[in-house]
Design a protein around this ligand. Structure first.
Ligand SMILES: *Cc1c(COP(=O)(O)O)cnc(C)c1O
Length: 357
């Protein structure tokens, strides 16, 4: 196979060991003689995977006993509705930092009173709004910690006078998080912790039950906490691969060790973007994402864009096209992307500059 470097924004690159173990389990799951694709989720062998996966989440993110983690289907996009159904009573605020944040807000507005507390659309979401006042009487403030499409990230767990809810689809497990500051953290697994088909929700248990509406059984987080994510058939295979991905993360030293590697990878690429006369970054420096690095051709070099795409493809770079709403380039440096992958992209950018100068 040709050596390729995968920078896809999602579904993400996964560690090879997780894929190898998934292949083995497709043939024979846990010595049962049955494929993981056909195993009943009501078996002790499957229970062991669920237990291990839950335990790994708690261990890797230091989730306190006040919180529980559940795994569900429906994508992060369905969580936008879960959030409003489970938490919106009087009024909620959303920090509008991009397409995903905006979609989350829109979903809440179909349920109740929700508004954008601040918005960075004026500059095509290239920065994180700051300095806005958060009313303490809100049901919650919703933030999107990493804006996958624009390459901006909220790097710290903010102090919030009201309950805080975060979509962490694309930076979960990339850096340490103080889970105790959040009533809810959720996201799709496919950006950093597994394949598509499963979401995680880390829920502060006593934050539930505050709304007066009827919540349909499947949309009620309490259903899934009570039944340990097995109220109905869970996405078995996706959870299996997520568990293998977390085992790999633990084996390399956990989230803290991963964070150091992620900082190194991002610095490597941003330094090159800033140095290289062919390219410029699009996000403001202080809000640059460690996970999704967005850049465009430098002013005056725009006509070279297609040439660079072709050149990068020749060098084995995959998935560096920017989102259609932004254009240019985006390299996603999720956990399974290695320093060597990033170095290969940097070398490719250097070569292109030398060729064109
Ligand atoms: C990809 C993404 C989503 C949507 O995830 P789906 O699982 O496709 O619904 C939501 N929020 C963020 C931040 C994302 O990156």
């Amino acid at each position: 196979m040709k050596k390729v470097h995968v920078f896809n924004a999602g579904p993400c690159l996964l560690p090879q060991v997780a894929i190898d173990n998934a292949i083995a389990a497709m043939k024979d799951f846990s010595g049962t003689g049955i494929s993981v694709l056909s195993i009943s989720h009501r078996t002790k062998e499957w229970d062991a995977v669920m237990d291990e996966c839950r335990a790994l989440w708690k261990e890797l993110l230091h989730i306190p006993d006040t919180h529980e983690v559940v795994f569900l289907g429906g994508g992060a996009s369905l969580q936008f509705l879960y959030v409003a159904m489970n938490y919106l009573e009087k009024k909620a605020a959303y920090l509008d930092t991009g397409v995903w944040a905006h979609k989350a807000l829109k979903e809440a507005q179909g349920i109740g009173d929700a508004y954008a507390i601040a918005c960075s659309k004026d500059k095509n979401y290239t920065y994180i709004p700051k300095g806005f006042e958060i009313p303490a009487d809100l049901d919650y403030l919703h933030i999107t910690t990493n804006n996958t499409i624009y390459g901006t990230e909220i790097h710290e767990d903010i102090d919030c006078p009201c309950p805080l809810i975060a979509d962490m689809s694309s930076d979960i497990m990339s850096r340490p998080v103080d889970v105790s500051k959040y009533d809810l953290i959720y996201g799709g697994a496919q950006k950093n912790v597994g394949p598509a088909g499963v979401i995680f929700a880390i829920i502060k248990k006593d934050s539930l039950g505050r709304v007066s509406r009827y919540i349909p059984t499947m949309l009620d987080y309490r259903t899934h906490i009570d039944k340990l994510s097995m109220f109905n058939t869970p996405p078995v295979f996706a959870i299996f691969v997520m568990n293998e991905t977390l085992k790999w993360l633990k084996s390399i030293g956990g989230v803290e060790a991963m964070y150091e590697i992620n900082k190194k990878k991002a610095a490597l690429l941003y330094d090159e973007i800033d140095r290289n006369s062919m390219f410029v970054g699009t996000a403001v420096k202080e809000d640059r994402s460690l996970m999704n690095v967005c850049f465009v051709m430098a002013p005056g070099k725009e006509e070279l864009q297609d040439e660079f795409f072709a050149f990068a493809k020749e060098c084995g770079m995959v998935g560096i096209k920017g989102h259609r709403s932004v254009g240019g380039f985006r390299a996603s440096l999720y956990n399974a992307c290695s320093v060597e992958d990033v170095q290969a992209l940097v070398d490719c950018m250097k070569e292109f500059e030398a060729l064109k100068k």
